[in-house]
Design a protein around this ligand. Structure first.
Ligand SMILES: [Zn+2]
Length: 273
């Protein structure tokens, strides 16, 4: 049996689509606010709708994570079994203790990252709506001063932009980069499913006393390129002059979006020949 090369694009696209749709639905809600004649009741009603949209998105993504992370772990275990020539690999797959813990940890991590996105969108939208409501009310109070009967168009455009911008930033990361919600979610789930698959393969390999691995090749041109086809140790204590996988910098290998895998290996000498 060839080592399975599962592709998560379809499932990931489905989740990313849910975030895009939610962002669109929020835009739509904010767009319905009559900025020229805003009232507190108006903006409160819009915020209730925004909260509903995000709550249903949270539910959808929790279900996605609960389904797809265990799937990725299973794929990793299966890939390890196949590469170690275990007979009837498809039917032998089960999660050992450490992989059960891995599932729990990655599920919790991914949930937390995704929840941070919706929390942040909600907070930003709430703040923007509050500010815009106050500004619009002030503008309405003063519109008679210059003999104007309506709020000036520049103010309206500014208010509209403020509302729109609040939806567009899903998260600001540690490096200060601003991410659109859907772009950030795509990065998070790609990174987490890859990590789940890789770590579970390593756990399975070690539990079967295979202490080495080889890094996959797909002709990468980024920092990972120099690791393609290289043998690594899966445990620090394994004999031989190979780099320990746990010490390779994430900037060089297994960075976000990285597609590299590690295929377990029992005897690195066989590989070298
Ligand atoms: Zn890579």
């Amino acid at each position: 049996m060839a080592i399975p090369q599962p592709n998560y694009d379809y499932d990931i696209d489905r989740l990313v689509r849910a975030y895009k749709d939610a962002v669109q639905a929020i835009y739509h809600e904010l767009d319905r606010i009559d900025l020229a004649n805003i009232s507190r009741a108006n903006s409160a009603a819009a915020l209730i709708e925004v909260t509903k949209i995000l709550a249903s998105l949270n539910e959808e993504s929790a279900a996605w994570v609960a389904e797809n992370i265990p799937k990725a772990v299973r794929d990793g275990v299966l890939a390890a079994l196949v590469s170690l020539d275990v007979k009837d690999a498809e039917n032998v797959v089960k999660f050992n203790r450490i992989n059960k813990e891995l599932v729990e940890a990655v599920v919790a991590d991914t949930q937390a990252d995704l929840l941070a996105v919706t929390k942040n969108v909600e907070r930003r939208v709430r703040t923007a709506v509050r500010q815009v409501t106050a500004e619009s009310m002030r503008a309405n109070l003063t519109k008679g001063i210059n003999g104007r009967k309506t709020i000036n168009a520049d103010i309206l455009t500014g208010l509209k932009k403020k509302l729109g911008d609040s939806v567009n930033t899903g998260i600001v990361d540690a490096a200060g980069r601003r991410w659109k919600p859907e772009t950030y979610v795509d990065m998070v789930v790609r990174t987490k499913t890859a990590e789940a698959r890789r770590e579970s393969a390593i756990n399975e390999a070690i539990s079967r006393r295979a202490y080495y691995g080889v890094i996959s090749r797909h002709g990468a041109t980024d920092a990972c390129a120099k690791w393609e086809g290289k043998i690594v140790k899966l445990v620090r204590e394994a004999p031989g002059d190979y780099p320990f996988i746990g010490e390779i910098s994430r900037r060089e290998l297994f960075h976000p979006h990285c597609k590299h895998l590690v295929t377990p290996l029992r005897d690195p000498k066989l590989m070298a020949e």
